[in-house]
Design a protein around this ligand. Structure first.
Ligand code: XMP
Length: 325
């Protein structure tokens, strides 16, 4: 059992001691780990921290605004917002192999981040939201002391050529501790308890070639699904969002026929995926209520022009994976 205020005071002291007057740069993804790391480091050293938020055009709806409002406006953290959508879309054009897409997204991310880091001439430290399970994973057999640093699959592995020292204030914490810490540091509960989101983002949820138009449709369908999951409540006050480990929409670049009014439509398909899992190594598909699924389907088809069919994924992992790519 740990005492949060004491923990924060100690962590803040340790960070101050470690970095002194140096400047620190941090890649903010909007995910829980990098967000909590940013909030903690900001608490310790304020304006000596600069966050870089790279928007690859494959984020969820309004993610950029949310991150900029929360960190920039509410917490007063220095955040550089880089909209690199064009660059990512350009590099992804014509590429449909899932692993090739991942590689491109990781590589471009490093490039954009490095360019921004290069502008901050006084930065001596690279902060990362590495948590204890990442440390164990990269060390192999659970050796807490190992110095191996996980090449963060979220950011594609930032290169050593940055010549920065690593600052990883969450290295000893488990996920639930990171969340508690985030709330104690003033991050909104909903943000801290969000489902995980993969680094390549919608890039692995648009099957085959990624196009901006597809991403725009998918973002809206996904937001409707998540809104409706959050809007439910059982007897204990829990929503289906709370009761699932991950839920999202997937864009299928396949057209099917539909009817709307007097006309025939010929539009794309969206698949909904919702899973329950402890460790993400195996997972069950979530038995969402049929009326909930029906409502989500109706809303997506009525509100997102370009989608005329919604299907629900009832595959477990294994043999299916959680993501479709
Ligand atoms: P799969 O699809 O392998 O996913 O069952 C297991 C968990 O890992 C996440 N995932 C990723 N996360 N970069 C990430 O940062 C990736 O390339 C990636 N691929 C899958 C997935 O969202 C799920 O939580």
């Amino acid at each position: 059992d740990w005492n949060m205020p004491d923990y924060i005071a100690e962590a803040v002291e340790a960070i101050r001691k470690q970095v002194g007057n140096d400047e620190v740069i941090l890649g903010l993804s909007g995910g829980v780990d990098s967000s909590v790391a940013a909030a903690l480091i900001h608490r310790a050293i304020g304006d000596q921290l600069t966050c870089v938020f790279v928007d690859h055009g494959l984020l969820r709806l309004d993610e950029g605004t949310m991150v900029m409002n929360m960190f920039g406006k509410n917490l007063g953290v220095k955040v550089v917002h880089v909209d690199a959508t064009e660059q990512f879309m350009g590099q992804l054009a014509g590429v449909s192999d899932p692993e090739a897409k991942r590689k491109i997204i990781g590589r471009e991310f490093v490039e954009v981040f490095q360019a921004e880091a290069g502008k901050l001439k006084n930065a001596k430290w690279l902060a990362q939201g590495t948590i204890y399970p990442d440390v164990i994973e990269s060390a192999g057999k659970g050796k807490k002391t190992a110095h191996t640093i996980k090449s963060h699959h979220n950011v594609g592995g930032l290169p050593e050529t940055l010549n920065l020292k690593l600052l990883e204030p969450l290295r000893e914490l488990f996920k639930d501790e990171v969340r508690e810490l985030g709330v104690a540091l003033g991050l909104p509960h909903d943000m801290v308890y969000r489902h995980p989101f993969p680094g390549p983002g919608l890039g692995v949820r648009i099957l085959g070639e990624v196009k901006k138009d597809y991403a725009d449709l998918l973002r809206r369908a996904d937001a409707i699904f998540i809104d409706e999951l959050r809007a439910t409540k059982d007897e204990e006050g829990k929503s289906w969002y709370d009761k699932t480990s991950q839920a999202f929409a997937v864009f299928l670049p396949v057209k099917s026929v539909g009817v709307m009014g007097d006309g025939r439509t010929y539009e794309y398909v969206v698949a909904l995926r919702a899973v329950q899992t402890q460790d993400f190594m195996t997972a069950h598909w979530a038995h969402l209520p049929h009326d909930l699924l029906g409502k989500v389907s109706n809303r997506i088809i009525n509100e997102v022009r370009g989608i005329n069919r919604v299907v629900y994924d009832i595959s477990g992992k294994p043999p299916a994976t959680i993501e479709w790519e």
